[in-house]
Design a protein around this ligand. Structure first.
Ligand code: FAD
Length: 321
């Protein structure tokens, strides 16, 4: 059996999880084994969506300590399920949570974990192509283990999604042995990311600023443009380090990796550690005073000029239309 760990938002699988489920089905087809999803939430609510994504069986991890996400508790719960089911492999989306959860499960079961894989082929051993250094390098690797743990990066080979399941999803309830002392972190507070409700990770347009924006106040013009186009504001690490923007806005290796339709990079040089966070954008527009900045030379479009002059002109033109 192959297990596909799913993440859900508002009663539906995330796009990344749906991709992981589809790839689990493709690999299970090669191996001629069944697939089951692994859910932590109230999976009963997800049944319809699971069926839509071709899942006929789901393990539901239930315990009073599994309410809020806790890497240690959720990781131990997944490890307990792996020990019980002994699947051939476990796949999850290479999201922040997916990577963390699988790392916890790997450490607790003593199994190796291959993260951020773009391609996976079953066989003995499994062969993988995985992203390193935020995706700048690709590595071909072999994975030998009784249970293969793999997280799947976005942008891998497309697979044909399985046909929807007709009828009920079989929910197998599993209560892992957990105790209070297991978690070393506790959720203290949760605050909404953006006033507009558009998050950096999912926005189709991201207006992002770096050192060239000049100050925290300088971001007002980026916020205005993002608001006009229904986008989100992003930033470079310099903007975060200077206290101009919160870390949740940071794009890059130590920030968020995004793939919007349009990325507007304002006063950002395009250092490798930033580039790996935005290189999957469909189109990049760079606004920069330096026509030789890496972001400018890699972008599809560039405006050479001062961000505080160019953006107000763009905003004025959008408003005029
Ligand atoms: P700079 O490199 O200083 O570039 C500023 C740009 O603004 C220049 O191109 C300049 O021509 C232009 N400019 C100046 N004035 C104007 C103006 N008025 N109008 C228009 N353009 C102007 N960085 C990240 O962003 N994200 C990460 O996740 C990240 N992780 C890192 C992890 C590690 C381990 C390390 C070592 C570094 C990391 N960095 C990261 C930092 C990264 O290496 C760069 O230092 C950073 O991205 C540079 O930010 P910047 O482009 O804003 O600044």
């Amino acid at each position: 059996m192959l297990l596909a760990v799913i993440e859900a938002e508002e009663g539906a699988l995330t796009a990344a999880s749906a991709g992981a489920v589809a790839r689990a089905h493709a690999l299970a087809g090669e191996m001629d084994v069944p697939v089951a999803a692994v859910a932590f939430a109230a999976a009963g609510d997800l049944s319809t969506d699971l069926a839509k994504h071709g899942v006929s069986t789901a393990y539901v991890l239930e315990h009073e300590l599994l309410g809020e996400y806790s890497p240690e508790r959720w990781g131990e719960a997944l490890a307990a399920l792996i020990r019980q089911v002994e699947p051939g492999g476990v796949l999850a989306a290479a999201s922040h949570r997916g990577n963390e959860l699988m790392a916890q499960a790997a450490a607790r079961t003593g199994l190796p974990l291959a993260t951020n894989c773009l391609a996976v082929a079953t066989g003995d051993p499994w062969t993988l192509t995985r992203q390193r250094v935020g995706g700048v390098l690709l590595e071909n690797a072999e994975l030998r283990a009784p249970v293969k743990l793999v997280t799947l990066a976005p942008g891998g080979a497309e697979v044909v999604p399985p046909d929807p399941v007709d009828g009920e999803v079989e929910l197998r309830r599993f209560e892992p042995p957990l105790d209070e002392g297991m978690a070393h972190t506790a959720l203290v507070e949760r605050t909404a990311g953006g006033e507009s409700g558009v998050t950096l990770a999912t926005a189709r347009v991201v207006v992002s600023g770096g050192r060239g924006v000049g100050s925290a106040e300088g971001f007002a013009v980026l916020e205005e443009l993002a608001g006009l186009v229904g986008g989100a504001v992003g930033c470079s690490r310099v903007a975060t380090n200077n206290g101009w923007r919160p870390h949740s806005n940071q794009v890059g290796l130590t920030g968020t990796k995004i793939a919007p339709d349009l990325y507007i990079a304002c006063g950002i040089s395009g250092a490798t550690q930033h580039w790996v966070g935005c290189m999957d954008a469909k189109t990049i527009l760079a606004i920069n005073t330096d026509d030789q900045a890496p972001m400018v030379t890699r972008a599809a479009y560039a405006v050479i000029g001062d961000v505080q002059e160019v953006l107000p002109a763009v905003i004025e033109e959008i408003k005029r239309r």
